[in-house]
Ligand binder design. Structure first.
Ligand code: GLN
Length: 541
C-alpha cells in the first residue's frame, strides 16, 4: 500500500551557495530522528541529462548511487545525513525531463496535440516527484530541493510544477521552505532584510507563498528582525528561522532543531511523531569539535582548486576522524607540482597520502611520483580509482622493471598497458552513462590487510570508471609482491591491491567515499586514519 506522503519543497533566494543541500539533508535527518520514513529528490535545472559528462570544475563531484546513476553531489549529503540509499529516482534534471517528453512525442503519445512547457513539461516533473515519493514502497515525507535561485530562467518550469503540485495535494500536505540571506552591513552596523523581501516577492509573483523562511546570517536574528521579515513576507515571526553560520555542516541539524524547525515541520504537516532522538548525532558533533589528536593527510589530485570535486572524500575523513578522536587536516597537493624537481619536499611532513579518482592525463606523472615516495618512504597510502591505477603503473615501472608501463587512457600506444580498457569498453561511441557504474560485488582474499579491515569475505562497493588493471600483467605484479586482495567475482576484475612490508599501502578501483556516513563511517577510511595517526606519533614523539 502506498503511504500518504507529505511534501516539503525547498527553494533558494538572494544568492547561491547558501547551503540548500545541507538544509534539506538536515530537515530530513530531523524528521527521521522522529521516527518518520523520509526520502529526498533533487531537481536540477541544467540541460545535461546528468552531471556525468560535466567537468568537476563545473559541477564538483559526481555522486554515484547504488543503482549506477550519476547524480548531483547533494545526494551525498542526503545519504550522509539521513542514512538511506538514494537512487536514480532521487535526482532529475531538465535534460531528463525534456528527453522523456520528446521521446513520448516521437512515439506519438500526445495524439497530435501541441507539446508545451505547461502542461507537458510540468506534468513530467510532477510525475517524477510522485515517483520519488512512492519509491521503495512509499515514504512519510519527501523533501524536494529545487536547484538554482528563484528568478533563474531555467528553474521556472520546476517552480511552476511545484506550485501546481502544492495546490493539488492541498494545505497541510505540502509546504514550501525558502532559504535566503540576511546580510550584515558593517557600515550601517545592521542586518538587512531587503534582499529576503525581494526574493520572497519574486517567489510570490510565480504563485508560491513560502510557509517557512530559513535565513542565513552571521549573527543572531532577534525577535524584532524576525517580525519585520515576517510582516513583509507574509509569514509569522516563528516561521522565520535563523540559520547562523556554523563551524561544521554537521552542527546544522542541531542548530535548526534548537531554532524550532523540526517541530514547525511536524506541526504544519499534521504529522504524528515521537520526540526526536539526536543522542548519537550530538555525540558525533562533540567528537569532531574537540578531538585529542591531529593528522596531516595529503590529497594529490588534478582538481584540488575546487574542493567540491572531492566532497565525499573530505566528509569521509570527518567521519573517520571522529572514530579515531583525531582531526584530519587535509593538505592539498596539485598533482602537476609533483612533476617538478625536488618536489618531494611537499610530501615530507605528511602522515598519509591519498590519490583520488580523476580523468585525463594532466598531473598523472606527478601522482606516480607521489605514490613512489609513499611506497619507498613507508608513508601510509590510499589510492582510489585512478589512484589504484597510478599505484599499479608505478609498481610495474619501478618494481617489476616494465619500462614504458602506462595506462591506455593516457598513452594509446603504451608499451605495457598495465591499465587498459575493460572488456567491452573499447569503441563505445557515447560518453554519457557508459562507464562501469554503480554497485558490484567483490571477493576479499583471506589473510590480507583488506580482509582484516572489512572483516568479511565479500563486500559491495560503488564504481565509476572505464579502465581496469590489465589481467595479462597479474602474474608479474604478484610475482614481484603485489597482493590482489579483492577480485570482482562477476568478471574477474582486480578491485583491490595492497603491498606487504609496508605499514599501510592499499588501493581500490571503486569509490568507498560514497558509502561513508555519520552513522556508518567507512572502515577503509577509519583504518587509514588510524595508520596515519601511528605514523604521526612516530614522527612527533
Ligand atoms: N579515468 C579512470 C577510468 O576511467 C579513473 C576513473 C576514476 O578515477 N573515477 O578508469
Amino acid at each position: 500500500m502506498k503511504r500518504h506522503t507529505k511534501f516539503i519543497f525547498v527553494t533558494g533566494g538572494v544568492v547561491s551557495s547558501l547551503g540548500k543541500g545541507i538544509l534539506c539533508a538536515s530537515a530530513g535527518m530531523l524528521l527521521k530522528a522522529r521516527g518518520l520514513s523520509v526520502t529526498m529528490l533533487k531537481l536540477d535545472p541544467y540541460i545535461n541529462v546528468d552531471p556525468g559528462t560535466m567537468s568537476p570544475y563545473q559541477h564538483g563531484e559526481v555522486y554515484v548511487t547504488v543503482d549506477g546513476a550519476e547524480t548531483d553531489l547533494d545526494l551525498g549529503h542526503y545519504e550522509r545525513f539521513i542514512n538511506e540509499d538514494m537512487k536514480r529516482v532521487n535526482n532529475a534534471t531538465t535534460g531528463q525531463v525534456y528527453y522523456t517528453v520528446i521521446e513520448k512525442e516521437r512515439r506519438g503519445d500526445y495524439l497530435g496535440r501541441t507539446v508545451q512547457v505547461i502542461p507537458h513539461i510540468t506534468d513530467e516533473i510532477k510525475s517524477r516527484i510522485l515517483a520519488a515519493a512512492n519509491s521503495n514502497g512509499g515514504h512519510d515525507v519527501l523533501i524536494t530541493e529545487i536547484g538554482g535561485t528563484v528568478g533563474d530562467i531555467e528553474s521556472l518550469p520546476f517552480m511552476e510544477a511545484i506550485r501546481q503540485f502544492g495546490l493539488e495535494v492541498g494545505r497541510g500536505n505540502a509546504l514550501f521552505i525558502h532559504l535566503t540571506l540576511v546580510p550584515f552591513i558593517k557600515a550601517a552596523n545592521e542586518f538587512k532584510t531587503k534582499p529576503t523581501q525581494h526574493s520572497v516577492k519574486e517567489l510570490r509573483e510565480i504563485g508560491i507563498q513560502p510557509d517557512i523562511l530559513l535565513c542565513r546570517t552571521e549573527g543572531a536574528l532577534n525577535r524584532e528582525l524576525r517580525e519585520k521579515i515576517g510582516l513583509f513576507c507574509n509569514v509569522n515571526a516563528n516561521e522565520v528561522i535563523e540559520g547562523r553560520d556554523v563551524e561544521s555542516i554537521y552542527e546544522c541539524p542541531l542548530l535548526l532543531e534548537k531554532n524550532g524547525l523540526g517541530d514547525l515541520l511536524v506541526n504544519k504537516l499534521n504529522l504524528k511523531t515521537r520526540e526526536p532522538d539526536l543522542t548519537e548525532w550530538k555525540k558525533f558533533v562533540h567528537r569532531i569539535k574537540k578531538p585529542s589528536h591531529q593528522v596531516r593527510i595529503g590529497i594529490c589530485g588534478k582538481y584540488v582548486e575546487l574542493r567540491d570535486a572531492y566532497k565525499s572524500i573530505i566528509e569521509s575523513f570527518v567521519h573517520a576522524g571522529a572514530v579515531n578522536d583525531a582531526r584530519v587536516e587535509v593538505v592539498w597537493l596539485i598533482a602537476e607540482d609533483l612533476e617538478k624537481e625536488n618536489s618531494e619536499a611537499l610530501l615530507a611532513d605528511l602522515d598519509g597520502l591519498l590519490v583520488p579518482g580523476g580523468f585525463g592525463g594532466r598531473g598523472f606523472e606527478g601522482k606516480i611520483n607521489a605514490v613512489r615516495y609513499a611506497r619507498e618512504q613507508k608513508l601510509p597510502f590510499f589510492g582510489i580509482c585512478l589512484g589504484l591505477q597510478c599505484a599499479v603503473v608505478e609498481f610495474a615501472r619501478n618494481v617489476c622493471g616494465l619500462e614504458g608501463a602506462g595506462s591506455r587512457e593516457f598513452t594509446k600506444s603504451a608499451q605495457h598497458p598495465v591499465i587498459d580498457f575493460q572488456p567491452g569498453q573499447e569503441g563505445i561511441p557515447r560518453m554519457g552513462g557508459t562507464m562501469r557504474l554503480g554497485t558490484y560485488l567483490c571477493d576479499v582474499k583471506a589473510g590480507t590487510l583488506t580482509h582484516r579491515i572489512y572483516g568479511v569475505d565479500q563486500i559491495s562497493e560503488r564504481h565509476r570508471h572505464r579502465y581496469e588493471v590489465n589481467n595479462n600483467y597479474l602474474d608479474i605484479l604478484t610475482e614481484k609482491g603485489m597482493i590482489l586482495s579483492g577480485i570482482c567475482p562477476d568478471n574477474d576484475l582486480v578491485e583491490i591491491i595492497e603491498l606487504p612490508d609496508h605499514p599501510w599501502f592499499l588501493a581500490v578501483q571503486y569509490h568507498p567515499e560514497l558509502r561513508s556516513r555519520v552513522a556508518q563511517p567507512h572502515p577503509l577510511f577509519c583504518d587509514f586514519v588510524r595508520a596515519a595517526l601511528e605514523r604521526h606519533k612516530e614522527r612527533t614523539p
